[in-house]
Design a protein around this ligand. Structure first.
Ligand SMILES: Cc1cc2nc3c(=O)[nH]c(=O)nc-3n(C[C@H](O)[C@H](O)[C@H](O)COP(=O)(O)OP(=O)(O)OC[C@H]3O[C@@H](n4cnc5c(N)ncnc54)[C@H](O)[C@@H]3O)c2cc1C
Length: 492
């Protein structure tokens, strides 16, 4: 089959591009090297819907962040994803902090961020959040929090419901355009695929895919950041993200952010790494993260730790000066029908849909110019319909759900109150993902305090029964994430 558009990478950007492409009458294929969406940095971030006050005026980052922020109430409603417009506190202690905060306030107002105001006293801060640090603060009402995994899954599922196909375990190793013609051939471990358009959304590997398409292999630096996830018991002490004053280069150190599910994230710090997927946590880094986190959030306690993770912001940089540059979004007619997105670091979650619309606009423009305009997908539906989580239902709703489907009456994950009905729905998800983290990210099972100690074996059994998988075929997250290698006591 010849596809009209092949998207490389199923992070938040690739899934947003697939969703925006599915508004048009196109055969769309998303190729992802891992076994699910959002396994790269799209699941390794703070989940802030940024307001857009930090980014350089006139940059693509600033333009897309403000646009992405302003539209998100509608987007969250369409895709049925959790979202809270919490606002944000940027707190300071010294005159120097105040100078830097005021620079951001001015920049934010220039970028079109509305409602920013200063809180001059500790009392004013405490009226918003008693456990936040700081002697004074900038309050930004339009900032919000979302679950970046749920958001990416929702974008992908909505794209799939509107006709896009997803293929996992299909890393693009090389790309040809025979005779500089109309068709791209993408070579993957799952075979070769032909497509008229190719869109590079490969995240950390976007410079390499850029080179495969004939664009430069853009220079980047990797800024790694580590996190602590705190138990929901700590969640009641923080209702709003608390960030320290920016440093002189405009960067933020460790902050404390509530999640939409009631946990708290502390982090990220920032240090350079060379490894494109160097996601391991480091003891020394976690120790300093604890100290820095305690300055922002006064209830930081080791008792609350559940787990850690890390992500890497791959920033486009000037090779000589090291200056951080803007996102790259280009479509050079000399390079065939391709759209190249490189260096989509923070605030890439906030910017995903605005970037996707701009990427698709480049395709529409070129098709129009060639006298082959695209037709809308007449059956496109922007809304994803998902039932409410059992844990969020009222008693009455629970009774009704159980009477209609007894699987709601069996709780598989006790920490997060996830029912058998929800696990079954996740096992039969529209993208055909069947890793354990796939079930975890779709339901929140295995995310609680016991880290899956209680429910993981039950979910594994359900995967075997529902999909006819042998235990050895079940993966945790990646292809090499084998859980069972054989029997311990011979044949059962
Ligand atoms: C520590 C940290 C904190 C952040 N905080 C925020 C925040 O609070 N708010 C915000 O808006 N943004 C934040 N961001 C930025 C945001 O996470 C990223 O901008 C966004 O996730 C990038 O999405 P992506 O789809 O471009 O990349 P990714 O999520 O990395 O996805 C790229 C995908 O491409 C796949 N891939 C790569 N190469 C190939 C290939 N050859 N073939 C097939 N597939 C391939 C990868 O497996 C991956 O799934 C943060 C980032 C970090 C690291």
């Amino acid at each position: 089959m010849i596809y009209d558009a092949a998207v490389i990478g199923a992070g938040v950007v690739g899934c947003a591009v697939a969703r925006e492409l599915s508004r048009w009458d196109l055969k769309i294929l998303v190729l992802e090297k891992e076994l699910d969406v959002a396994t790269g940095n799209s699941s390794r971030n703070t989940g802030m819907l940024h307001a857009g006050f930090t980014y350089k005026n006139g940059s693509l980052k600033a333009e897309c962040a403000v646009e992405g922020n302003q539209e998100f109430d509608l987007v969250a409603a369409e895709l049925s994803v959790p979202f809270k417009r919490t606002g944000k506190l940027v707190v300071g202690f010294t005159d120097h902090d105040r100078e830097n905060i005021l620079k951001f306030r001015e920049n934010g107002e220039r970028n079109g961020v509305k409602g920013i105001r200063m809180l001059e006293t500790r009392e004013e801060i405490e009226a918003i959040e008693p456990y936040a640090g700081g002697n004074f603060a900038m309050y930004v009402p339009s900032s919000g929090i979302l679950d970046p995994m749920q958001y990416t899954i929702a974008l992908a599922e909505n794209a799939a419901e509107n006709g896009a196909s997803f293929l996992f375990g299909a890393g693009v190793a090389s790309i040809d355009r025979p005779g500089d013609g109309d068709l791209w051939i993408l070579h993957t471990e799952k075979g070769d695929f032909s497509s008229r358009w190719v869109i590079n959304c490969a995240g950390a590997f976007s410079p390499m895919v850029s080179a495969m398409l004939g664009y430069p292999e853009y220079y980047q630096k990797g800024f790694k950041g580590e996190y602590y996830v705190l138990d929901k018991k700590a969640g009641k002490y923080l209702s709003i993200p608390v960030y320290p004053a920016p440093n002189d280069k405009g960067g933020f150190a460790t902050h404390a952010t509530p999640t939409v599910d009631g946990n708290i994230l502390v982090g990220p710090d920032s240090y350079l790494t060379e490894g494109r997927e160097d996601y391991a946590n480091r003891r020394d880094r976690l120790d300093s993260l604890f100290k820095e986190g305690s300055i922002m959030f006064h209830q930081m306690k080791r008792d609350y730790f559940i787990r850690n993770f890390a992500g890497i912001r791959w920033k486009n940089c000037d090779e000589k000066t090291g200056e951080v540059l803007d996102f790259i979004l280009e479509a050079d007619p000399e390079k065939g029908r391709s759209v190249n997105l490189v260096g989509i670091e923070s605030p890439g979650v906030t910017c995903a849909l605005p970037l996707a619309r701009r990427a698709v606009q480049k395709i529409l423009d070129r098709q129009e110019k060639e006298g082959k305009p695209l037709s809308p997908n007449a059956s496109f539906d922007p809304c994803r319909k998902v039932p409410r989580r059992f844990s969020e239902m009222t008693m009455e709703e629970r009774k009704k759900a159980i009477s209609e489907n007894p699987d709601y009456g069996q709780i598989v994950c006790r920490c997060e109150n996830v029912s058998r009905a929800e696990i079954l729905r996740a096992i039969h998800n529209p993208l055909g993902v069947h890793t354990l983290t796939g079930i975890k990210n779709r339901t929140r099972s295995m995310m609680g305090r016991c880290n899956g100690g209680y429910c993981q074996t039950r979910i594994t059994k359900m995967l075997e029964e529902e999909l006819g998988l042998a235990p050895e075929d079940i993966r945790y997250q990646r292809e090499n994430g084998v859980i069972f290698t054989g029997k311990v006591r011979g044949e059962a």
